[in-house]
Every structure is written in C-alpha cells, then in structure tokens.
Design a protein around this ligand. Structure first.
Ligand SMILES: [Zn+2]
Length: 221
C-alpha cells in the first residue's frame, strides 16, 4: 500500500476514509458482566418490563446522555464494576439488585470507552433501558463537560445511528420523563421514577446542534 509521508495527507485520507476527526476511536474496556450480572439483568427486565423475557438483548431507539458526577474514569469503573447495586443507592434500591451501568463512557479529553455491547441492557434510565443506549460523560455540576467531550459525543452518536438504524431519539437523562405515559415507556411500576439533572439543557442544545443533520427527535412525537 502506498504510504504518504506528508502528515497533512494522512489527515486528509483519514477524514475521507473514516469520516471522523483524526484520532477519534472507541477503546474497548468492558466492565465485568458474567453469568450472575446477566441473570440479575434478566431479573430486572422481568420485574420491570416483561415477565416473559428470556434474554437481555435490546432494540436501541434512544440515545441517553449522562454525566457521572464521579470525577474520573477510574472512579466510574469502580462504581460500575460490581454485579450488584451499592447499598448507598437508596433511591433505586427497591428496583432490583443488578448494578447500574451504561454502554459507553467519554472521558474529559474526549476518549471514548465501550463498557458493554450496544445492544445488551444496561441499567441507566428507568423505563427506557430496553430501548436505549447510555453514554456517560465524566463530569458533573462541579466539573462542567468539556468541548472535547461534546465533539466525542457527536461522533459517537453519528456512529451509533449508523450501527443501529432504529435510533430516532437523542435525549439527556434529565429529559427522560417526557416518555412516561407513551408507548416507549416500559416500566410497570408507575411510582418507580427519579428526578435527574444530567447532563443539563446547555450540553444537550450544543450536542443537538452538532448532529442536527441526523434529524433526531428530542422527545416523543
Ligand atoms: Zn444519568
């Protein structure tokens, strides 16, 4: 293969061939997800969504953007690592034993990590877990999300829309209750809800502007 020596040419080739900024990629770094976690996830699906479910596969239609509040990628892995929910998670403990997680995480510098397959259920958004993909961003109210994270989220959203053509919605976690009382909402227990602020209206506005060509919806039709 012909190897250009001009770095600018390499950049040009990468932008043409990959349609992405040079250097953007997904690093596979799975969280532990063995037989026990899979069974607990299936238990969650049966309890909340479908008592006859036989697997933890999802059909992604919604991308949900989060922030972690935990300040580093390593602290996020520490939170997501165990199979079972931490005892301190009082607000959602009655929802079941399986631990929370998301399929992707974006570090402060825009590096993207894949924690789970995009079509296996993660516990990240009540009511919508079986039809959504969660993207966590390292940051929170005291640690505003960065422009590198914004760019990485936009790149990842575009990529996921290609991989899962059924994706129609892009929402922030703080917007998820708009799906309540619509056919998309699968939670059986009407009292099992939480109030969320992540990742905030400003980040979602900028992300939606970045991927406006995808025509994703911000809420139920
Ligand atoms: Zn969240």
């Amino acid at each position: 293969m012909l190897k250009p020596t001009n770095p600018g040419l390499w950049l040009f080739i990468c932008l043409c061939a990959c349609g992405r900024p040079a250097g953007q990629s997904i690093i596979s770094r799975p969280i532990p997800f063995g037989a026990q976690r899979e069974q607990l996830t299936l238990d969650y699906i049966r309890q909340h969504y479908d008592s006859g479910a036989t697997d933890i596969q999802t059909t992604p239609q919604i991308i949900v953007i989060h922030w972690t509040v935990t300040p580093t990628l390593e602290s996020l892995y520490a939170v997501f690592g165990p199979d079972t929910l931490a005892a301190s998670r009082n607000a959602i403990r009655r929802g079941g034993r399986v631990n929370v997680s998301s399929q992707f995480a974006v570090d402060r510098d825009g590096t993207i990590y894949q924690l789970m397959p995009g079509n296996r259920m993660a516990r990240h958004t009540i009511g919508l877990n079986r039809i959504s993909i969660g993207i966590e961003n390292i940051g929170g109210p005291e640690q505003p999300l960065t422009s590198s994270q914004l760019q990485a989220n936009a790149w990842l959203v575009r990529r996921l829309c290609k991989e899962y053509p059924g994706i129609r919605f892009l929402i922030g976690h703080h917007e998820y209750l708009a799906f309540r009382a619509t056919p998309f909402w699968q939670e059986k227990d009407p009292t099992y809800v939480t109030s969320k602020q992540d990742p905030g209206a400003d980040f979602m506005l900028r992300l939606r502007q970045s991927v406006s060509e995808l025509m994703l919806l911000a809420g139920p039709p």
